[in-house]
Design a protein around this ligand. Structure first.
Ligand SMILES: Cc1cc2nc3c(=O)[nH]c(=O)nc-3n(C[C@H](O)[C@H](O)[C@H](O)COP(=O)(O)OP(=O)(O)OC[C@H]3O[C@@H](n4cnc5c(N)ncnc54)[C@H](O)[C@@H]3O)c2cc1C
Length: 498
């Protein structure tokens, strides 16, 4: 049995801790914050609001199910899932909104009513996206991305053109649809999960399959319930959690990680999985000679957005709002450019409103609403109170207009969260929210490597390495890192026996 330290308790760290403890190792998870969950922590107020601080879209339910089934459980052993209908709403302008139905036939009818012939096109688009999703999930995303040889599998080579790893998402969508509303609808997951549709491989239309065909789900009690469930699985298998435990240094001897310094104390270990942001681990915890990448490498990378978030408690019910609403009533290209190309505060922003109290009575006091407003921005922007408030006013006035109700005067809880908070709370590079963008040049083997090239018992996991940003990929990332570490331990045990 080896003693393994995991740095960070977000989805990727929890996943790695669960797999490693189930394999019989002594696992210690060190988390700098006072609660488990990383970017998916929850915020509980004295007045009875419960906010998810990060993820709110539960897509790819099969990935969550697979995680729990690896330990002999099912999702329903831990939390209840609700299928949302409508899946979400998109606001295109005053009195112009689209309710996206959960049922695929109803979605086809909706498409046809907007653009003639688009129902048939949507079916074709989805058949192809389904192939990508299934091939991607089964053969691609669980690969460690260490060498091109991993992709030498015949089916994958045959599929590589069908998978469209090398063509642009933006062109792909426009081959099927010409109505700007339908194009925006198909492009939104790409924009929010980090990159310009022009720079994203068409492979990622698998996200449209995930979102529009597999459904948008909600874990009752919020994403915190998923965090609790994964923590439980890790604990049942013997993992120990240490909160308020910021790792300050990784100690290296003879090219092996031998200890951590945690709150000034030396903690010995046989191997390490670092699930905190990759850049932080390399630049702050590791001596320079053992880093995989230097500062100029990170500066050249395209990061997924940061965001400005408002957590709001409203002391009345809002009649015409659904669980998820996307405000696409401004130019999507302009906002994308301001995130990815010109790095500036957006002139006419798109934003997103989440109202989980529409599906869950437990997240707000009776008769109140729980609101979460999110506006994606370029990472690294100067963040101050005045700017936050300016964008709050922009979002709230557009929301008020849309629901045709006064909200501002009914706010009884208000808290903002932005670049400086991401940096302080998670040691996030430039205050990024979602890690590294899924661009063509940052896919699979081109992502920051999951293992340290010089320190053989140090592995990385999380949204900055394979397979990428988002909750399901982070869970998968933890599994891949754990498998790589277990392989390494098997190898050295074998060498010792020989
Ligand atoms: C606002 C927001 C909305 C999102 N929405 C969605 C969504 O709807 N659907 C979806 O699928 N995904 C969404 N995501 C993305 C998803 O939440 C992330 O991809 C995922 O949670 C990342 O997990 P992680 O383990 O890689 O990182 P983290 O959750 O950041 O975990 C890393 C942990 O390391 C800790 N740490 C850092 N430094 C140290 C140190 N020195 N010592 C000890 N601990 C340390 C941090 O405190 C943190 O707990 C969203 C993210 C954000 C921020």
């Amino acid at each position: 049995m080896s003693s393994i330290s995991v740095i960070g308790s977000g989805f990727s760290g929890l996943s790695a801790a669960a797999y490693l403890s189930a394999a019989g190792h002594e696992v210690h998870v060190f988390e700098k914050n006072t609660s488990i969950g990383g970017r998916a922590r929850q915020l509980k107020t004295d007045s009875g609001y419960l906010f998810d601080m990060g993820p709110s879209w539960y897509w790819m339910p099969d990935v969550f199910e697979k995680f729990f089934s690896d330990f002999g459980y099912s999702v329903s052993d831990f939390y209840e899932l609700k299928l949302l209908n409508p899946s979400f709403e998109v606001v295109f302008g005053e009195d112009d909104k689209m309710s996206v139905p959960e049922n695929f036939d109803a979605l086809c009818k909706l498409f046809e009513s907007i653009e003639s012939g688009s129902a048939a096109q949507l079916k074709k688009f989805m058949d192809e996206a389904e192939y990508k999703y299934k091939t991607g999930i089964e053969n691609l995303v669980y690969k460690p991305g260490l060498s091109i040889a991993e992709f030498a599998d015949l089916d994958l080579i045959k599929g590589v053109f069908r998978l469209q790893v090398f063509s642009s998402f933006s062109k792909h969508v426009r081959k099927y649809f010409s109505n700007p509303k339908l194009i925006s609808l198909m492009e939104f997951p790409i924009l929010f999960l980090g990159a310009m549709p022009q720079d994203t491989p068409a492979l990622y239309s698998l996200m449209n399959y995930a979102g529009l065909k597999l459904g948008t789900w909600y874990p009752v009690g919020g994403f915190g319930k998923v965090i609790d469930a994964m923590t439980n699985v890790a604990k049942i298998n013997g993992a120990t959690f240490h909160l308020n435990s910021a790792v300050e240094k990784i100690g290296i001897e003879n090219n092996l990680a031998k200890h951590l310094v945690v709150n000034g104390e030396i903690i010995h270990c046989d191997a390490i999985i670092a699930s905190a942001d990759y850049h932080h681990v390399e630049s702050k915890l590791l001596p320079e000679e053992f880093r995989n990448y230097n500062e100029s490498y990170w500066q050249k990378k395209t990061f997924a957005p940061s965001c400005i978030i408002y957590f709001l408690g409203i002391n009345k019910k809002l009649k015409s709002l659904h669980h998820h609403t996307l405000f696409f009533d401004e130019d999507i290209d302009q906002h994308s450019k301001e995130i990815y190309k010109t790095s500036q505060w957006p002139t006419k922003p798109l934003f997103y409103v989440c109202c989980p109290s529409k599906s869950d009575d437990g997240v707000a006091p009776v008769g109140h609403e729980n609101l979460f407003l999110l506006l994606p921005i370029a990472p690294g922007l100067e963040d101050n109170e005045e700017t936050r408030e300016k964008y709050f006013q922009v979002m709230i006035s557009r929301l008020e207009k849309q629901v045709n109700e006064n909200i501002l005067s009914r706010i009884d809880y208000k808290k903002s969260y932005c670049v400086n908070d991401f940096t302080m709370d998670y040691n996030s590079y430039k205050g990024n929210a979602y890690g590294l963008a899924n661009t063509l040049m940052q896919t699979a083997i081109l992502k920051p490597k999951i293992r340290n090239k010089k320190v053989k018992n140090l592995f990385y996991t999380g949204q900055l390495t394979v397979p990428g940003p988002g909750v399901p990929p982070s869970i998968i990332s933890g599994k891949i890192a754990a498998e790589q570490l277990l392989k390494h331990l098997n190898k050295i045990n074998h060498e010792v026996i020989i």
